[in-house]
Design a protein around this ligand. Structure first.
Ligand SMILES: Nc1nc2c(c(=O)[nH]1)N[C@H]1C(S)=C(S)[C@@H](COP(=O)(O)OP(=O)(O)OC[C@H]3O[C@@H](n4cnc5c(=O)[nH]c(N)nc54)[C@H](O)[C@@H]3O)O[C@H]1N2
Ligand SMILES: Nc1nc2c(c(=O)[nH]1)N[C@H]1C(S)=C(S)[C@@H](COP(=O)(O)OP(=O)(O)OC[C@H]3O[C@@H](n4cnc5c(=O)[nH]c(N)nc54)[C@H](O)[C@@H]3O)O[C@H]1N2
Ligand SMILES: [Mo]
Length: 769
């Protein structure tokens, strides 16, 4: 059989004019071009607002600080389209359930509080006061506070999330599932045990001083476009960028800055990656082990011939523990296992090791390609091991950089959105409010869904996000939400999570980042923390789309006020003046001393990072080499017998260029050459041919799990692509139904969104035709 030419048309470079054109298109489509141009000029500027696009930092140096995808996020929020009571009178919840995620959000901004009427199956208006009282009455009637789940999505400000966790704890629970549980949780767990702090050790300026930057499992051209400026600048200055990605992502190959007139207007671009490796899905731990093995082998040769060691022995001696044991572990790992599991050749890993050792200062960055696997914690610990070998932590131009997703997801954690708070944190909060608070750990997203499924939890409050579409195993997750007695969604746009209802449900519409927030004492600011632990203020600059909206902070304060009678905290006064919330934060969290003054500094202030200061807040006060064995098998290899004659693949679910998580802006994925569709399955042509499939064929995808559990999604169009044999890729959230609820990371409980064992069949529909 002949292989048809792939129908997709991947561009030769990312960025440039196409990016600028797309930015303008989205601004025009928002139907508010003037407002949005004004918005863009304020994005990430002093006295402007923090771009809701991602958590990358910026220099606030007066240059444009927005990117194509940030512009989409801003334009999507700041649309002139609205949905109020007429819309909900016209559409029942069951009829809305039949619409796509794209359609739901596309209807526009939510503009008034709504409550679900089970007699009519419609949402109808409710007053804010009644809404708060309904929540309070449900919460007060629970047998235990642990029957309530307080979810947070990482866009919520420091002020809103501080009040939210304080309220949840004063109410009596640590049930704080959040988006981070599905995202960078493994980074937090791994870094905390290895170096004593769950955050990255670098700041933006370090990218200007690195000799090499290793980028693992992330697609910054789409998801962190402002990171491309740092990579481009580094590459042009001679820094060696080494990429490990399952796919050849064009922005990591060649990128044109829209701010460079030559690159903008000609075919010129900057070569980003000096070396680009495509490991198998889940093969990074083995790849990193291979790099270390290559370094050690080379080092042995050097030192035996009297040359200087490649290792930073004084760093290892002074700062670390577990080195010898780890070295034994590496020696015990065979090259055969390393190459089989990583899917990379020994010579490739030796090349990476060579670049690594040629560089005095190395930064390692990573995102979901490392964090959404079963062995993610061990993989990130392996990356730390690599950095410790040559003292690549704590010196300028070197360090660890988990690149966060949501714009304030890191701040949420700092503010205490954490189901496993430290005793120190709980004590600080207890002292602040003069009341004892629970230490017992609460639910993460995984445990919350299980508790709702078992009807042990009954009330779900979501501060933003779209848990229904974001969590794994859609069928079970949907059922979990349908089991709620009360489902409260604080949101800007309509989404799936509003439509899965047990008995009662509320939609509480809130202000977005771009909007002016006026409270009783006047216009307010909020604050956020970026991926580099920089905290700065954010202030909207356009009037709210409706005068019935409340800020997230105000909504949380009102829920607390209605629920906690005789509270020692004056919630409404806090809602009226966010400076008072920041004073409470300053009083209870030492890194925020003089908070209100510090945010007046241009660019905000740096929270510091203990590991970067060689202060190891681990149990043994050292940076730890972790000795983990490579996984015996990768996920799909476990099910070979169960699927008989079917060929098993490993599928990753990832983002297109036209989406923000569960928010779909459009049907294109320009950088991968896809237009007008999302039900696409990227496959290696040889694998497809082997199965008798052609480019463009429709297939059904079935995932395999223990106990003969199968889950299927239908009618995905095959797209021949440069992807390692045995691996597949498709978009999230369309593939979420395939991820088994219990397929989660060891110690992180993060759904294994980048490692789903599946097999393919010609689509049932096309078989009928
Ligand atoms: N425009 C836009 N910006 C966003 C988001 C968005 O949806 N849209 N989401 C935000 C959020 S919450 C997050 S967490 C980040 C996500 O940012 P990313 O982590 O970049 O997001 P994904 O699309 O999941 O991309 C995963 C990348 O890792 C690669 N990969 C997958 N599995 C493996 C593997 O096993 N090994 C290796 N080496 N590579 C692998 C994929 O090929 C892909 O390039 O972006 C944030 N920014
Ligand atoms: N299969 C698969 N699943 C995944 C992933 C994957 O890669 N593959 N990635 C995971 C990751 S990294 C993450 S972070 C999660 C994301 O999980 P979430 O954070 O829960 O999801 P989002 O899609 O970001 O949330 C979108 C909704 O947020 C609301 N919203 C937008 N702006 C605001 C605002 O300013 N305030 C409030 N209150 N609401 C607002 C809107 O109503 C919108 O519908 O998904 C995870 N799920
Ligand atoms: Mo994320």
């Amino acid at each position: 059989m002949s292989i048809e030419t792939p129908k997709h048309n991947k561009p030769l470079k990312a960025g440039g004019l196409s990016s600028l054109k797309s930015t303008l298109k989205h601004i025009v489509q928002s139907q508010q071009p003037q407002t949005n141009i004004k918005n863009l000029l304020k994005a990430n500027q002093n006295k402007g607002f923090d771009c809701p696009g991602c958590a990358w930092g910026d220099q606030k140096d007066g240059l444009f600080q927005f990117c194509e995808n940030g512009a989409k996020a801003i334009a999507w929020e700041s649309t002139s389209k609205t949905i109020g009571r007429e819309f909900f009178a016209q559409h029942s919840v069951s009829s809305l359930m039949k619409q796509s995620d794209y359609w739901l959000e596309y209807q526009g901004r939510l503009i008034e509080p709504l409550s679900y009427n089970s007699d009519t199956d419609h949402y109808q208006p409710i007053s804010w006061q009644q809404a708060f009282e309904l929540i309070a009455s449900h919460l007060k009637n629970l047998e235990s506070p642990n029957q309530a789940e307080f979810y947070t999505s990482g866009r919520a400000s420091n002020e809103a999330s501080f009040l939210y966790q304080l309220f949840g704890r004063m109410y009596g629970t640590n049930n704080f599932p959040d988006c981070s549980n599905m995202c960078h949780e493994a980074s937090g767990v791994a870094l905390t045990t290895s170096i004593g702090v769950g955050k990255g050790t670098v700041v933006l300026d370090d990218f200007d001083h690195a000799d090499a930057i290793f980028v693992f499992g992330q697609n910054p051209g789409t998801n962190h476009p402002r990171m491309m400026n740092a990579l481009r600048k580094a590459a042009r200055a001679g820094c060696k960028i080494v990429t490990f990605n399952n796919l050849k992502e064009v922005a990591l190959e060649r990128f044109a800055s829209p701010q460079d007139p030559v690159e903008l207007l000609t075919s010129k671009a900057t070569e980003i990656s000096h070396a680009y490796f495509t490991p198998k899905l889940g093969g990074d731990m083995a790849a990193i082990r291979g790099i270390v093995k290559a370094i050690l082998e080379h080092d042995e040769q050097l030192t035996s011939s009297g040359s200087k060691t490649l290792l930073d022995i004084s760093f290892i001696d002074q700062h670390t523990e577990g080195f010898n044991h780890y070295i034994e572990q590496v020696k015990a790992t065979s090259w055969e296992k390393i190459t089989q599991q990583s899917g990379l050749e020994q010579q490739e890993l030796r090349q990476a090791a060579h670049i690594y050792c040629q560089a005095d200062k190395v930064i390692c960055t990573w995102a979901m390609g490392l964090t959404q696997h079963k062995h993610s914690v061990a993989t990130i610990q392996e990356l730390v091991n690599l950095q410790l070998l040559r003292g690549n932590i704590g010196k300028k131009g070197a360090g660890l950089c988990p690149v966060r997703g949501h714009s304030n997801v890191q701040g949420n954690r700092t503010m205490g959105i954490n189901e496993k708070p430290s005793n120190t944190f709980v004590d600080a909060m207890a002292q602040l409010v003069g009341q004892s608070l629970p230490y017992e750990h609460g639910h993460n997203t995984y445990h919350a869904i299980h508790a709702l499924l078992k009807k042990q939890s009954k009330v779900l409050v979501c501060l933003g996000g779209n848990i229904a579409a974001a969590a794994s195993d859609s069928e079970k997750t949907f059922q979990a939400l349908r089991n709620t007695e009360l489902n409260v969604q604080i949101s800007t746009k309509l989404n799936r999570s509003h439509l899965l209802i047990g008995k009662n449900a509320l939609i509480l519409p809130c202000l977005g980042r771009t909007e002016i927030d006026v409270q009783t004492t006047g216009e307010q600011k909020i604050t956020v923390e970026d991926t580099f632990s920089m905290v700065h203020a954010s202030q909207g600059n356009v009037p709210p789309i409706s005068n019935k909206l409340k800020s997230e902070t105000n909504i949380v304060a009102n829920i607390a006020h209605a629920t906690l009678k005789d509270s020692t905290v004056n919630w409404l006064s806090l809602a009226g003046d966010y400076q008072k919330i920041r004073d409470m934060i300053a009083q209870s969290l030492p890194a925020f001393a003089h908070f209100n003054e510090k945010i007046e500094q241009p660019g905000g202030f740096y929270l510091g990072n203990s590991a970067a200061d060689f202060n190891w807040l681990t149990t043994n006060s050292k940076a730890n080499f972790s000795s983990n064995e490579l996984p015996k098998q990768l996920i799909a290899e476990q099910f070979t017998e169960q699927v008989g004659t079917h060929k098993l693949f490993t599928l990753q679910s990832l983002r297109s260029h036209d989406q923000y998580n569960t928010t779909i802006y459009g049907m294109n994925d320009r950088y991968r050459g896809i237009s007008g569709k999302r039900n696409v399955l990227f496959i290696n042509a040889k694998d497809a041919q082997h199965q008798g499939f052609n480019d463009g064929d429709l297939v059904d995808i079935t995932s395999v799990w223990f106990n003969d559990e199968y889950r299927t999604v239908q009618n995905f169009e095959l797209c021949f692509y440069d992807i390692p044999r045995g691996n597949l890729a498709a978009y999230y959230p369309e593939t979420n139904p395939l991820v088994p609820l219990d397929s989660v990371g060891d110690k992180s409980y993060t759904p294994t969104s980048k490692a789903i064992a599946v097999y393919l069949e010609k689509s049932r529909d096309s078989r009928i035709i």
